[in-house]
Design a protein around this ligand. Structure first.
Ligand code: OXD
Ligand code: MN
Length: 589
């Protein structure tokens, strides 16, 4: 008798009509074979899927060049298909599940003809964790199969775990013909199903990541009493050897990965990494909030990564504990056969190719690497990996941080008065757009908890869920906001950032352990300037004062904008957050 899993695979094969079906076992030997297939047989646009890089300098690394139109997440083609549009909310594109399935069935009919269907059994979370989820993705390209091995715990044992159950998480993926007109990433939260056609890009194609672990998992968390968040998880070890665990949410291009792997500039402090993108939270029996990272890899932005900005990531990329490491859409130094990107430590070589494989020189005025070029690498290569990484129960969280890129107004660090005030701070948070994005530079976009593109249901309900989670905890974490990006009158960053951010994290953990006082302002508690350790950096008192001071007069325009944003959620928006809004608004002249 066929199992529900076997039946499901068979049904998808009848629709997509691959030439063959291959069940992956997740072994290294298999990954080596798939890399070979990607170098010698499979093609994108007539070109190989993988190129071997210099194995002396980058021991397990390969280069992948994507289809030129397939370089980023496509939010406008991403849908959440609840039967009721109100549940999807104003923050999601919506289509009725029946209509979405009709459309996808048409686009998927025969889409794997001539190709192999890879069956990928994988876990999100440690297999022994009570919070882990058993999943199966089908795909028709080796790049996705190998990437899933790096990012998730893939293996045959997952099939045994699923056994005769039908409630495993399902993902059907095909690159189709890469036509952006026929590209859709559709979520069916109640069926635990993601169906994605037309794109091989990480966020659109590695369905365990944004699609399941954030969009669908956030909906499951809402129903079941937990949280799926777009957050870093890290431990901060102090000079006495005590480790305090914290999490932080930040929109893209705000240095989340750099923060998660920071090399501390303060002697005696050390950062231990647990995750750089996704955190699943559950309330423990002790009334504290515990976090696990459901992934085992990094899918990070290459440009800007260097020994200065993220030395631990550079070491990770050259590590060889886990096979393989992939670079997607970086430039290539032809003479040394090494990947290259803007912001790397070494200058470009004499003989270079750009991300599409065309000859490139710096005089062209163009980038060699695509601004969203990426690396896919195992977390097990990381020298600063936390010893708790594989702890099935996760780590207890003492502080939750919301960050964003704000050149004005928002102080370096602020502590919330209460859980509800902290949820208000998260809900109103936003970030200024950067040159790397298609939007106008410097425009403020609200991105609550950095979850706007990833919350799989109505964000008004999501805010209510955050409030109710706080009420269930005996010992909730303290909530903070941070902003590394304040600029002076010449547009220069005031705070040095990167490894120096430990000075702010030190204040945060000192607050958590009641070792330091703070100064109350209308927007929250900020440090006394002498409580930010400044030995070894050149940030004079008056500069630090500018980025810690709060003048409520400056908040008038901000509050008007926040009001408009909150109002866009209509009547479902929680009263508690309006109360926090009013408390602040009353103090603005
Ligand atoms: C993102 C990512 O787009 O992590 O946020 O890839
Ligand atoms: Mn992310």
């Amino acid at each position: 008798m066929a199992t529900p899993l076997e039946k499901w695979v068979e049904q998808q094969a009848q629709l997509t009509k691959p030439d063959r079906i291959y069940w992956c076992d997740g072994s290294e030997e298999e990954a080596r074979r798939l890399m070979q297939v990607g170098m010698e047989q499979e093609k994108i646009n007539g070109k190989p899927i993988f190129y071997l890089l210099n194995q002396e300098k980058w021991p397990v690394a390969y280069l992948h060049r994507s289809h030129p139109t397939d370089v980023a997440r496509t939010e406008h083609l991403t849908y959440v298909c609840h039967p009721d549009k109100e549940i999807a909310g104003p923050n999601n594109n919506w289509m009725h599940p029946d209509e979405a399935k009709k459309l996808l069935t048409r686009l998927s009919d025969g889409c794997m003809r001539g190709r192999t269907m890879y069956v990928l059994p994988y876990m999100m979370g440690h297999p022994e964790s009570p919070f882990a989820k058993a999943c199966v993705q089908l795909t028709d390209v080796s790049y996705v199969a190998v990437s899933m091995r790096i990012m998730t715990r893939m293996g045959k044992t997952v099939i045994e775990k699923i056994g005769n159950r039908d409630d495993f998480v399902k993902g059907l993926h095909s690159v189709g013909d890469f036509d952006p007109e026929k590209r859709f990433i559709m979520h069916f939260p109640d069926e635990h199903l993601v169906w994605s056609v037309g794109s091989g890009y990480g966020g659109n194609a590695l369905l365990g990541k944004k699609c399941f672990s954030l969009r669908i998992a956030s909906w499951l968390g809402y129903q079941e009493g937990w949280l799926a968040e777009h957050m870093v998880i890290m431990g901060i070890e102090d000079p006495q050897g005590n480790i305090t665990y914290i999490t932080a949410a930040m929109p893209s291009a705000c240095g989340k990965t750099n923060l998660a792997m920071m090399e501390s500039a303060l002697p005696g402090y050390k950062i231990w990494t647990i995750g750089d993108d996704i955190a699943w939270f559950h309330i423990g029996d002790d009334g504290r909030l515990y976090a696990i990272n459901p992934e085992i890899g990094f899918f990070g932005v290459a440009p800007g990564t260097s020994m200065k900005t993220n030395p631990n990531m550079m070491r990770t990329l050259k590590g060889k504990n886990f096979y393989p490491t992939l670079f997607t859409n970086t430039g290539l130094n032809v003479d040394t056969n090494e990947p290259w990107w803007e912001g790397m430590d070494d200058p470009p070589g004499k003989n270079m190719l750009d991300w599409q494989g065309n000859p490139w020189t710096s005089e062209s005025g163009k980038n060699a690497a695509h601004p969203n070029s990426r690396f896919t690498v195992s977390i097990y290569n990381t020298p600063c990996l936390s010893k708790e990484f594989d702890n099935p129960d996760g780590v207890p969280i003492s502080a939750v941080i919301f960050g964003g890129r704000r050149t004005k107004l928002i102080p370096l660090v602020v502590e919330a008065f209460s859980w509800e005030h902290g949820v208000f701070m998260g809900a109103r948070s936003g970030s200024e757009t950067t040159a790397a994005a298609i939007h106008k530079v410097g425009v403020l976009r609200r991105d609550p908890m950095a979850m706007l593109p990833f919350c799989g249901y109505n964000m008004a309900d999501y805010f209510s869920h955050w409030i109710s989670m706080g009420r269930k905890m005996k010992n909730p974490p303290k909530i903070f906001t941070v902003n590394w990006f304040r600029t002076d009158e010449n547009g220069k960053f005031i705070w040095p950032g990167f490894g120096e951010n430990i000075r702010v994290l030190k204040w945060i953990i000192d607050r958590v352990h009641n070792k330091v006082s703070g100064r109350e302002t209308p927007i929250g508690i900020v440090p006394h300037i002498n409580d930010i350790e400044r030995t070894g950096i050149d940030v004079p008192d008056e500069k630090l004062k500018t980025i810690l001071d709060v003048d409520v007069k400056d908040w008038k325009e901000e509050l008007e904008d926040i009001k408009k944003f909150f109002e866009s959620f209509g009547k479902r928006f929680p009263e508690e957050l309006w109360k926090e809004y009013e408390k602040l608004n009353r103090q603005v002249p």
